[in-house]
Design a protein around this ligand. Structure first.
Ligand code: ADP
Ligand code: MG
Length: 694
């Protein structure tokens, strides 16, 4: 019986010659398990061994291929013991230095032998030399030692050599024919300009012809061709995930009309048009039996919390529990206060959970949650600890989603699974996600945007000022305070250490209290107990203090409309999104609002540009777009922390412009070639992707 040809997408690398147990383990570290994976493991750069350079023309710093005859071989005991092989080609001499060598090597590299070698040229003791060059002995006197193609240099992991991976990649490439590595993308679906067969693109990138370099248009096109296929596969995979999610059932949550009206009337303000629109979108989702997966995006201060409270009321009306998760203790506490104020009049009990809650208090809360006595549970990521058992969780609200990974979000959802019903999910973020990125990173979510701010907000005037002018700024605080306004002073440090941040804040508070005897100074930082933090915050809100010295714990959620001047130290060290969040604490009431970004000179060109973006714009979306241009998307999506999507070839900064075409081609592919979609997902996404496993 003829054995069926196995696609390289499925063929394990162990099928290659020279891939032993040791090598397989190392390859696994590089996420290479199939021959296909190996082919998508592209070189980082290339070495040019396509030309032989006469030794006489070598300069220090060159990477070059040379050939010559061994003139001298000796062991130098001086300094570090090494084997020196001097070769000559008639134009000059070059020393090859080996600190490690075997007896066999010593024997091979004898006088009169001819060899070629490639390496970096440096100035040695007795002229130019190469240390541990790649070398080959040449037996055939007339052999051409130069190579046809550039030599690939692959990303490596410890314990595996370039040579080994080159051999394996070359072998894989020689197997890649039409039947074993079929083109899955019909040509018309590939953007014009990149239309070359997959195998040709791979061959170009693994073995570029002489005369090319990393940036040659041919190679760039080949890379785009592959990136396109990869992005398309992820797009398809996210789409499939979404479809799977929609096949799940969720409880139907209908809000009680009277309760809804009473709630809206009880608010001290009228909802903005944008808030009303988003509430309507959420209501429509909640009364369907498919789990809602909705992302509410709204700039800092746009009023997301009240929208969440409205959604919570819908779940409560239908006798379901609501879990609200916030990324920081302070924000969780603030939500706890807000929700109590807004929803306790409806007779609901609200529980609070955080990592710091211990002993009896914690036990009481856990019982209230599992018995169902608590209708709402507000907390930090402590909400998905094992001991937390929900009674009837119908709605999960996650605030400032960018702080959580996709996995945490999904874990909480699994916790709520009961009688085959999944809870609805509402995710809120102030970090605007550019549309193209949203298509990939958040493709499993529907999007609602609160694109209007509550009336009466004043734009914050922002100044970028060097720390050398700190004294002027401190002097300004007195004026400000004498007008009855309050001030935030934010201490930041590059060190991730919370302890150091708190110490810096303590010192600053002491310094400011001394410098400003008529100003009442309070201090808040992450090491205070929750009750202490809450006491400081409410004392500040009630104007018992004029100046609040804080660490970045106040980044999210803090809401004191009378505080209208913020000074941020070491602003150049923070991300723009974070600075924008911080700045969002001021400008929440009537009257002028100011933000001073203090920096430590000298400022790099990029840092200057970044702070300039913030000075010139108050619009979170504009800031995010510009930040993306400067920094690349990884940070924005939080992929660093969450490992959300790891691409092999695509790079969203470089390949972002392909995403529109990706979406179009994906739609056609699903309609006309559904079987190809599955194979593409297997080829590129495989089993490695977390969101698909949820
Ligand atoms: P964010 O979207 O940043 O989470 P919040 O929900 O914390 O914003 O709201 C910021 C402030 O605006 C809060 O004091 C809130 O009570 C208030 N607020 C929310 N909606 C409105 C509105 N429609 N009119 C006036 N103030 C509002
Ligand atoms: Mg908020």
């Amino acid at each position: 019986m003829a054995s069926q040809v196995r696609s390289l997408d499925e063929l394990p690398v162990s099928a290659l010659k020279g891939a032993g147990a040791h090598t397989l383990k190392r390859l696994e570290k590089l996420s290479i398990s199939t021959v296909g994976d190996l082919l998508f493991h592209l070189p980082l750069r290339y070495e040019d061994r396509t030309r032989v350079t006469p030794i006489g023309q070598l300069k220090p710093g060159d990477h070059a291929l040379v050939e010559g005859r061994v003139e001298l071989a000796e062991i130098l005991p001086k300094g570090r013991r090494s084997l020196i092989i001097r070769i000559g080609d008639g134009t000059g001499f070059l020393d090859l230095r080996f600190f490690h060598y075997t007896a066999k090597q010593r024997e091979q590299l004898a006088r009169g032998k001819r060899l070629s070698c490639y390496g970096e040229v440096r100035t040695g003791y007795a002229g130019l030399e190469m240390t541990h060059p790649d070398y080959k002995l040449i037996d055939d006197m007339d052999a051409d030692v130069s190579e046809q193609a550039l030599t690939p240099v692959y990303p490596l992991t410890e314990g595996i050599h370039q040579k080994a991976i080159r051999r394996l990649a070359a072998q894989a490439l020689s197997m890649a024919d039409e039947s074993r590595l079929p083109d899955l993308l019909p040509e018309p679906l590939i953007p014009a300009g990149y239309r070359l067969p997959l195998r040709d693109a791979l061959r170009l990138l693994h073995q570029p012809p002489a005369g090319c370099n990393e940036t040659s248009p041919k190679l760039t096109a080949a890379r785009s061709r592959l990136a396109f296929e990869e992005l398309l596969s992820h797009h398809l995979s996210l789409g499939r995930f979404r479809t799977q999610m929609q096949a799940h059932r969720a409880p139907v949550l209908a809000i009680n009309r009277q309760a809804a009206e009473r709630f809206v009337r009880s608010l001290p303000f009228a909802l903005t048009g944008a808030q009303q629109r988003v509430i309507a979108e959420i209501e429509a989702d909640l009364c369907s039996d498919r789990p809602m997966m909705r992302l509410v995006q709204g700039d800092v201060g746009s009023g997301k919390t009240v929208v969440a409270a409205y959604a919570a009321l819908a779940a409560l009306s239908s006798n379901y529990q609501v879990g609200i998760m916030a990324p920081t203790e302070l924000l969780a506490e603030q939500h706890f206060r807000n929700f109590r104020q807004w929803l306790e009049p409806f007779g609901v009990q609200i529980a609070f959970l955080s990592g710091r809650l211990k002993g009896e208090a914690r036990k009481t809360e856990l019982e209230a949650i599992s018995s169902g006595a608590a209708g709402i549970v507000v907390g930090t990521h402590a909400l998905f600890q094992e001991q937390v058992v929900f009674h009837r969780l119908g709605l999960i609200i996650i605030d400032e989603q960018h702080r959580f990974g996709v996995h945490q979000r999904l874990a909480l959802r699994e916790k709520g699974l009961q009688d085959g019903l999944y809870p609805h999910q509402l995710i809120m973020t102030a970090t605007p996600i550019p549309r193209t990125l949203a298509m990939l990173g958040y493709a499993d979510l529907d999007l609602s945007v609160i694109d209007e701010r509550p009336p009466g907000r004043t734009p914050v005037k922002t100044a970028v000022i060097p720390t050398s002018r700190r004294a002027d700024i401190i002097a300004r605080i007195t004026d400000w305070v004498s007008k009855g306004r309050q001030v935030y002073w934010v201490c930041t440090l590059i060190e991730e250490s919370e302890v150091l941040q708190c110490e810096a804040a303590e010192k600053t508070a002491v310094m400011l209290a001394e410098a400003l005897p008529n100003v009442r100074v309070a201090l808040i930082h992450g090491r205070l107990k929750p009750a202490e933090k809450e006491a400081v915050m409410s004392a500040f809100k009630e104007r018992h203090f004029d100046l609040l010295v804080a660490t970045t714990v106040i980044e999210v959620g803090v809401d004191v409309p009378n505080a209208s001047l913020m000074i941020i130290e070491n602003a150049e060290r923070l991300g723009l999104a974070q600075l924008h969040q911080l700045r969002g604490r001021v400008g929440r009431g009537p009257g002028e609002a100011h933000c001073v970004l203090l920096y430590q000179p000298p400022l790099s060109e990029t840092a200057r540009q970044r702070l300039g973006i913030l000075r010139d714009s108050d619009d979170g979306f504009v800031i995010a777009e510009k930040d993306l241009e400067l920094r690349g998307p990884g940070e924005l999506l939080g992929t660093r922390q969450t490992g959300q999507i790891q691409f092999r070839i695509a790079d969203l900064t470089r390949d972002g412009p392909l995403l529109d075409a990706v979406a179009q081609s994906a739609a056609i592919l699903l309609k006309d070639y559904p079987d190809r979609a599955e194979r593409l997902i297997r080829r590129w996404v495989g089993h490695s992707v977390q969101y698909a496993g949820a």
